[in-house]
Design a protein around this ligand. Structure first.
Ligand SMILES: NC(=O)c1ccc[n+]([C@@H]2O[C@H](COP(=O)([O-])OP(=O)(O)OC[C@H]3O[C@@H](n4cnc5c(N)ncnc54)[C@H](O)[C@@H]3O)[C@@H](O)[C@H]2O)c1
Length: 300
């Protein structure tokens, strides 16, 4: 797999001169929504790690997760953290997330990080065995993976932008950077056998980010994606050890990323809010930029 490194200027660069003037985006005093924010029993999730980094930076953070333990986690983090338990595929829950920061802290949400995600691993076609015919992967599982990993973040992002337009916080007349939306993703370039649905969902972010930037850049909304490699969370515990070992051999570092390192990179990148859009740490070629000269690398 080879990504083109020297691309001609993109259409969006010409359409969106504001991107060249983007200021820093200190998180201090801003309200963020982070989905997938519950830590695992004995491991951080990427979302939980991002929450703590945002709090360290002085932000107020709404933690969203379907795991009820997120409540106890938020209680320990203090008054700038607040948990809401629910399913991001539920439109009523998503709507309540958008309006909550104003009710809790008197702040409109200025950042959204969508880290809730699931896998439902299965080979697309399992070959015939013991006289039984080939078996196809469950389409219901694939639909669920697309729903949680792709459609829910997209719906949440657009609901946030619609809300901020409604309350008059975003305007094409003043396109200075006001909101950052980030998708946490992976698998874009390397694929992973047994994860067809997951790779469909995550790869779609590349087109989505470009499209949303073109639609929302004029209001001062920055859309970005972080595409880390395998990270040491509960999600990866589900990968059979032999497969994980083989996959890690193909990485540059040969080891799992620490979710706290991933979070540190993400929040630092938010605060700088450069033209950076996509970071990628993918296999075979080490860590390389998808986005060209302005891209920041997640290099380990
Ligand atoms: N771990 C990795 O190797 C890795 C690498 C790159 C990207 N990612 C992506 O990063 C994100 C976070 O992954 P992670 O490794 O922290 O996973 P994780 O399993 O540790 O955490 C995911 C969290 O999302 C929550 N969640 C799942 N479905 C939900 C739903 N419908 N509504 C609300 N909450 C829901 C879970 O309860 C869990 O707390 C995911 O989008 C994942 O695809 C993970």
């Amino acid at each position: 797999m080879v990504w083109r490194q020297n691309r001609s200027p993109r259409l969006s660069d010409e359409l969106l001169p504001w991107r060249l003037e983007m200021a820093k985006f200190p998180v201090n005093g801003k309200a963020f929504i982070v989905t997938g924010a519950c830590p695992g029993l004995d491991k951080w999730s990427i979302g939980a790690a991002i929450v703590t980094k945002l709090l360290d930076g002085g932000a107020n953070v709404l933690l969203a997760d379907m795991n009820g333990n997120v409540q106890e986690f938020a209680n320990k983090l203090g008054p700038r953290a607040f948990a809401m338990v629910g399913d991001v595929t539920d439109s009523t829950f998503r709507h309540s997330l958008i309006t909550a920061p104003m009710e809790i802290w008197g702040l409109q949400p200025q950042g959204l990080i969508t880290a809730a995600g699931i896998t439902r691993d299965a080979f697309t076609v399992k070959p015939p065995k013991d006289g039984r015919p080939a078996v196809l992967a469950s389409l219901d599982d694939i639909r669920l993976v697309l729903e949680v990993n792709l459609l829910a973040p997209y719906c949440l992002a657009r609901e946030l932008v619609a809300h901020l337009l409604n309350v008059g916080m975003l305007s094409a007349k003043d396109p200075t950077l006001k909101v950052v939306i980030g998708f946490i993703s992976s698998i874009v370039a390397h694929g992973n056998a047994g994860q067809a649905g997951y790779s469909m969902a995550k790869a779609a972010y590349l087109g989505l980010i470009e499209t949303l930037l073109q639609e929302w850049g004029k209001y001062g909304v920055h859309v970005a994606g972080l595409f880390p490699g395998f990270t040491d969370t509960q999600m990866v515990e589900k990968v059979p050890p032999k497969i994980l070992e083989l996959q890690l051999l193909r990485t540059r570092s040969h080891k799992l990323h620490d979710p706290c390192d991933v979070a540190k990179q993400w929040v630092a990148a938010l605060e700088e809010a450069e033209e950076t859009q996509v970071w990628c740490d993918y296999f075979n070629h080490g860590a390389k930029a998808i986005r060209g000269a302005n891209a920041r690398l997640m290099a380990y």
